[in-house]
Design a protein around this ligand. Structure first.
Ligand SMILES: C[S@@+](CC[C@H](N)C(=O)[O-])C[C@H]1O[C@@H](n2cnc3c(N)ncnc32)[C@H](O)[C@@H]1O
Length: 176
């Protein structure tokens, strides 16, 4: 989530491609305080707890930005996003318990590191639709091995075709 580039794009795409689907909720998880911790085995030594932090209260600013995007699309009276602050390995269960209506068609992982990618990927499996897209911002990337390792352990990197945009080397996605 961090500065919210991706969530802003997803909000715009929803406005363009599914303007009337007010049930297509976009939910973003972040500490907005950087990495809570870094795995000694599966992430590189150079990354530390607190890396990628943002200024205090940034999530409120981001929520306003997303709200502006929603206001420019149909049905602005229904709020269609939620930002969940905290360690996602803990907040994900609370969110899913509170929202049993959840069916996930797109999960975009950009934690960069192993533990939250692995744990959140495991937790969302029962909520994915067939054909859901699971995307990773750093797949097959030397500086960020954790996302790939998490995928390998949870779903296997040999069970799915992994696709890439020809314009972006680091990110990749698979169809579940
Ligand atoms: C590269 S940034 C994400 C950038 C984001 N996709 C954007 O569009 O701005 C990685 C983010 O993962 C978050 N993160 C890492 N581990 C986390 C965890 N366990 N719980 C919540 N957020 C975490 C960090 O706080 C950081 O903001």
């Amino acid at each position: 989530m961090r500065y919210g580039q991706n969530i802003s794009l997803f909000t715009s795409f929803r406005g363009i491609y599914e303007p009337f689907n007010h049930n297509r909720k976009i939910v973003g998880f972040d500490t907005w305080e950087g990495f809570p911790d870094v795995d000694k085995t599966n992430d590189l030594d150079e990354w530390k707890s607190g890396d990628y932090g943002v200024p205090d209260g940034y999530e409120n600013f981001l929520s306003n930005v997303i709200q502006v995007h929603e206001t420019m699309a149909p049905i602005p009276s229904i709020k269609k996003h939620q930002l969940v602050k905290g360690d996602a390995t803990k907040t994900i269960d609370k969110y899913l318990k509170k929202h049993p209506e959840t069916i996930i068609s797109l999960a975009y992982f950009d934690f960069d590191i192993y533990k939250p990618t692995r744990e959140c990927l495991e937790r969302i499996l029962p909520y994915l639709s067939k054909g859901a897209i699971i995307a990773f911002d750093e797949i097959n990337v030397q500086d960020w091995p954790g996302e790939t390792q998490a995928l390998r352990e949870v779903l296997g990197t040999n069970n799915f075709q992994i696709m890439h945009s020809p314009f972006r080397a680091n990110a990749g996605y698979l169809e579940y």
